[in-house]
Design a binder for this molecule. Structure first.
Ligand SMILES: [Mg+2]
Length: 406
C-alpha cells in the first residue's frame, strides 16, 4: 500500500502529459508467468486498452510475435478469431526477439539487419540441440526412457525463428525442490548452448550470435552470468541463442526512432536504423539521443518490466545486478535524467505465477534491487500482472478522454 500515493501522482501525470510513450515487456507483466509457454493467456480487455493508447504504446520482449509460440497466437486465442486481430489492428505493436522482430498492429513483420545466412543457421539450431539434449537428460535422469525424453524435449526446445531457446521448467518439475539437481541442469545446458555458439563460429558466424540467459546476474566480459538455483529462488529458467546486438536497450532506440518519426515525420536516427547499427555502449546510446533528438520531440517514457535481479556478492560489499529488463529500464531512467524528463519505471512482481521468483510481498525488494541500485522504481505492482492490467486499462481510458478533449 505504501506505493499508492505515488501511484496516483504518476497516473495523473501520465493522463495529462503532451507526449507519452509506453515501452513494455510482455511475459510476467501483462501475461502471468507459466511453466509451459504454450498455455499463456492474455485478457482481451487489455488488448483493447493497448489499442486506445495508439502510437503511444510499444511492446519490447524477448519472446516472438509470430510462429506457433508467438504472442500473436495468444492474441488470436484471447479474441477467439484469427481474422479480427488483423482487420481491427489489435496485434501488439513493437519489438520482439529482444529487438529484432518488429510488427505493426496489423501483424506486418519486418526484421532489418539479419542476413539470410544467419536465418539459415538459426533454423538449424533446434535440430542441433536435440541429440545433445537427449545425452544430458539421460545422464541426469537415467530412469527416463526415450519416450519420456522426447516429451520433455518438445516442452524444453523452443523452435522460435530468431531466438531458439532451451527452457528448463519441464525438467525442473521432475526434481521438485532439489536445488542441486536444478543447478546441474542449468550448468549442463549452458555448456551445451556454448557448443552451439562454437559450431556457429566454425561455420563462419564469428560475430553473429550470443547467449541470453533469463534471469541472469549481469554481464561479465560480454557474457551473461547464469543465476544458479538456490533453495528459495529457482534462478535461470531459459537460455536463448540471439543475434548479436539484439538487446532491449537498443530496442528502446529503435522504438523511439519510430515514435518520433510518426509524430514529426522525421526519424532522428535515420530511416535505416536497426539493432545492428545501434551504438553498443550505454553512454554512446545516450549521446546519440542527445545529438539527434530535440527536447520538444522527446516523450515522457514509461518503462515496464518484471525481470530485474540483484544478488549480494560473496564478499558482502558488492552486488551482482542483472535481469533481462534491467538494461532497458536503466536506459529509460538515465535518458529521462539527461533530458530533464521524469521518465517512469514500473516493476511488476511476477512471482505469483507458476515460476518461482523473489516475492515483494514476502521479502520486499530483496533479490530484485538494493539500496545502492541506480535503478529506482516509481511504481511496484506487488500483486502482479492482474493489478498492472487493471491500472493500465483505467489509465488508457482516462488518457484517451484527455486526448479527445485537448
Ligand atoms: Mg518478463
Amino acid at each position: 500500500m505504501e506505493y499508492m500515493p505515488r501511484n496516483l501522482k504518476v497516473q495523473k501525470q501520465l493522463i495529462s502529459s503532451k507526449n507519452i510513450l509506453f515501452i513494455q515487456d510482455i511475459d510476467g507483466v501483462c501475461i502471468p508467468l507459466v511453466k509451459d509457454p504454450m498455455t499463456r493467456e492474455l485478457e482481451s480487455k487489455y488488448i483493447y486498452a493497448v489499442k486506445e493508447f495508439a502510437e503511444e504504446f510499444f511492446v519490447l520482449t524477448c519472446g516472438e510475435h509470430e510462429g506457433p509460440r508467438g504472442v500473436n497466437r495468444i492474441i488470436e486465442r484471447s479474441l477467439g478469431s484469427t481474422t479480427e486481430p488483423k482487420d481491427k489492428e489489435l496485434y501488439l505493436r513493437g519489438l520482439a526477439a529482444c529487438g529484432v522482430e518488429y510488427q505493426d498492429n496489423d501483424g506486418e513483420i519486418s526484421f532489418e539487419g539479419v542476413s539470410e545466412k544467419e536465418m539459415d543457421f538459426l533454423s538449424k539450431v533446434p535440430s542441433l540441440i536435440k541429440p545433445k539434449f537427449d545425452l544430458i537428460v539421460k545422464n541426469i535422469f537415467p530412469e527416463l526412457n526415450q519416450e519420456d525424453i522426447n516429451f520433455h524435449a518438445v516442452k524444453s526446445i523452443c523452435e522460435t525463428r530468431f531466438s531458439p531457446t532451451i527452457n528448463f521448467n519441464s525438467l525442473f518439475d521432475l526434481v521438485k525442490k532439489d536445488s542441486d539437481k536444478r543447478k546441474l541442469i542449468q550448468i549442463s545446458f549452458e555448456k551445451m548452448m556454448n557448443e552451439i555458439i562454437l559450431k556457429a563460429e566454425s561455420e563462419g558466424h564469428k560475430n553473429s550470435f550470443f547467449l541470453h540467459i533469463s534471469p541472469n546476474l549481469g554481464n561479465k566480459n560480454g557474457r551473461e552470468t547464469i543465476k544458479l538455483s538456490s533453495k528459495d529462488d529457482i534462478g535461470s529458467t531459459d537460455i536463448q541463442l540471439l543475434l548479436k546486438g539484439a538487446v532491449k536497450d537498443s530496442g528502446v532506440l529503435f522504438l523511439l526512432n519510430k515514435f518520433i518519426e510518426i509524430k514529426t515525420g522525421k526519424s532522428p536516427f535515420g530511416n535505416n536504423f536497426n539493432f545492428r547499427n545501434s551504438p553498443k555502449s550505454f553512454r554512446e546510446k545516450i549521446d546519440l539521443c542527445k545529438r539527434c533528438i530535440r527536447i520538444d520531440d522527446m516523450p515522457l517514457i514509461v518503462g515496464v518490466g518484471d525481470t530485474v535481479t540483484s544478488k549480494k556478492n560473496n564478499d558482502e560489499k558488492s552486488y551482482l545486478r542483472g535481469g533481462s529488463d534491467r538494461s532497458f529500464l536503466e536506459f529509460i531512467q538515465t535518458l529521462g535524467d539527461e533530458f530533464g524528463i521524469n521518465n517512469k519505471i514500473i516493476f511488476v512482481d511476477s512471482s505469483s505465477g507458476e515460476v518461482e521468483r523473489p516475492s515483494t510481498k514476502k521479502t520486499g525488494l530483496i533479490g530484485i534491487s538494493d539500496i545502492y541500485d541506480n535503478l529506482q522504481f516509481d511504481i511496484v505492482f506487488k500483486n502482479g500482472p492482474k493489478e498492472y492490467i487493471s491500472w493500465f486499462i483505467e489509465l488508457a481510458n482516462k488518457r484517451s478522454n484527455f486526448k479527445k478533449n485537448s
